[in-house]
Design a protein around this ligand. Structure first.
Ligand SMILES: [Zn+2]
Length: 69
């Protein structure tokens, strides 16, 4: 996981990053009630997941998709 670009950040911080970037610079998985919210700074991807691991996997898949564009 040393090459991971995933961060645990406050949602407000990531939102401000999204406003200024619009690119897939970072993804975050944040706990919300009994599940997790995963989203990307590009502002075009977010989802809810039951576990943090699943959110990280989906975030990784999202960046793979966008990198190939
Ligand atoms: Zn993205």
């Amino acid at each position: 996981m040393s090459d991971s670009v995933l961060y645990d950040l406050p949602g407000e911080f990531v939102s401000s990053m999204a406003e200024s970037s619009g690119y897939c610079d970072a993804q975050a998985v944040l706990p919300k009630d009994d599940h997790y919210i995963a989203f990307c700074t590009c502002g075009r991807w977010h989802t809810t997941v039951p576990t943090r691991d699943e959110g990280l996997a989906l975030a990784r898949a999202h960046t793979v998709e966008t990198d190939s564009n």
